[in-house]
Design a protein around this ligand. Structure first.
Ligand code: TGC
Ligand code: FAD
Length: 392
């Protein structure tokens, strides 16, 4: 019989990883085993994101880990970055979301579209976890179609005035700095940095979530918020710039969700071996073996997609439709694995003493955010056929 770790590395990807990639993965794995997994069920039940972990995430170098060392980041390659996302989400999707938002949706746009002063000011502090960021694109009436946003930016003699509402914003009320997307008077989308305490800016948490409970999700309200010219991201002009940040976050998600799936699979396999029904372990029944084989197939397929995507990203050859395919496939595969694991655990599977139900509930959000399964279908459909089916 195969060892569990080997089982979840069925195609021996371990052999392809460099020493640095393995070492990064193992460091984050130990952290998650010791500091996340023993407590996360309680945080989830309490509906609390563990802010005490933020400095630890900074020390570990996971925040903006694939951005350059000259800005205080770890400067990792994208496979190492993917492996650490995998480990964080093996703990909980909410912990991975915190790191995804901070790195891919806040640090990346400052790095890619900010001024040199903005980079030097924000990136080292965000990397250390001294500052927290959030990313405000979605609105109450514009999620899948961000081009329909209503948030407006009006130019004044001294800078800009922002008005609007953003919805479902991860880290919203925790954030010291929000990357806010708004349309200017010509209808051009632009990115702004709004700092906590700016008059007219407030964040209100959403408390009724039955998913992503160990994560802060907020509404942002902007009422006549004045920002000076040095709070504008000079290169962030056009919707494509906002969408390019999503590509970075979706890349991390394609890796991360495999970690959640592995956690569920390992739990289900161990449970099936020990649980006896009708005088034999349920692992000895054909039905449960089929479930386990389907789960392993989904995990292995997802691992291969993520790894190859990482190679393409490191080679500068990844395009956003490839990211859509991996995000769409891997999240749905992980969700199916979590649901199957929950079935194998029977009644015990619905409790927070086990992990699969929490992962399944979280993955419902992951399937929706960063482009729903449907939206990625339409992105890929358009790329394949040349026909834009978003409106039809
Ligand atoms: P469209 O014409 O497709 O695009 C406008 C311009 O942008 C380019 N582009 C991209 N560039 C880089 N990365 C991408 N992913 C890109 N997608 C498009 C595109 O080539 C075009 O460039 P140009 O030069 O021709 O102008 O614009 P559209 O309005 O038709 O867009 C449709 C659609 C569906 C593709 C897009 O709006 C979309 O992806 N919608 C989903 C929205 C979404 O994912 N929101 C996520 C919000 S953030 C979040 O959920 C955080 S969750 C927490 C966590 O991450 O952990
Ligand atoms: P809608 O766009 O209203 O979609 C509703 C349904 O209609 C979906 O099934 C969708 O697939 C379908 N649909 C939409 N368009 C079409 C079409 N053309 N054809 C067929 N079907 C269609 N956003 C941020 O900006 N920053 C964040 O940090 C952030 N964090 C989030 C955290 C959580 C926990 C959640 C749940 C969401 C978060 N979001 C964030 C928002 C997220 O990106 C949106 O929820 C997502 O993009 C979908 O938008 P929507 O909820 O408005 O759904």
């Amino acid at each position: 019989m195969l060892e569990t770790r080997t089982t979840t590395d069925f195609y021996l990807l371990e052999e392809l990883f460099t020493d640095v990639q393995r070492s990064v993965r193992d460091t984050v794995r130990r952290f998650v085993d010791r500091e996340v997994i023993p407590h996360v069920g309680r945080w989830w039940l309490e509906g609390r994101f563990p802010t005490e972990l933020v400095p630890r995430l900074g020390e570990l170098g996971v925040l903006g880990a694939n951005l350059p060392a000259e800005y205080g980041c770890a400067g990792l390659d994208n496979v190492a970055y993917g492996l650490l996302m995998h480990e964080l989400e093996r703990g909980d999707s909410g912990i991975r979301s915190f790191a995804s938002v901070q790195g891919a949706l806040v640090m990346y746009p400052i790095y890619a579209y900010g001024s040199e002063d903005q980079r030097r000011h924000y990136l080292p502090r965000l990397a250390r976890g001294e500052l927290v960021g959030c990313f405000g694109l979605t609105e109450p009436t514009a999620g899948s179609d961000p081009a329909a946003m209503n948030t407006r930016a009006r130019r004044t003699g001294r800078g800009w005035v922002l008005n609007g509402t953003k919805m479902w914003i991860t880290n919203g009320s925790l954030a010291d700095v929000a990357v806010v997307w708004a349309k200017d008077e010509e209808g051009q989308v632009r990115g702004f940095l709004v700092t906590k305490g700016t008059p007219g800016y407030s964040a209100h948490d959403i408390h009724t979530k039955a998913s992503m409970r160990a994560s802060v999700t907020s509404e942002l309200v902007l009422e006549e918020v004045e920002v000076s010219e040095d709070h504008v991201l000079p290169g962030a002009v056009g919707l494509g710039k906002a969408l390019s940040c999503l590509t970075q976050a979706r890349y991390g998600i394609a890796w991360g969700v495999v970690g959640a799936a592995v956690a569920c699979f390992e739990e289900a396999l161990a449970y099936a071996q020990g649980r006896v029904a009708f005088g034999r372990p349920i692992a000895a029944t054909q039905l449960q073996q089929q479930r386990l084989v389907d789960m392993l197939t989904r995990i292995t397929t997802s691992q291969l997609l993520a790894y190859r995507l990482g190679q393409l990203k490191d080679a500068g050859r990844m395009d956003y439709t490839q990211v859509s395919l991996a995000k769409r496939h891997n999240v749905r595969a992980a969700l199916e694995v979590a649901r199957e694991a929950r079935q194998i655990l029977g009644g015990y599977g619905i409790t927070l003493e086990y992990h699969c139900m929490r992962h399944a509930a979280n993955l419902e959000s992951v399937d929706t955010y960063e482009g729903t399964y449907d939206v990625h279908t339409l992105i890929l459909g358009r790329a394949l056929t040349g026909h834009d089916a978003f409106g039809g």
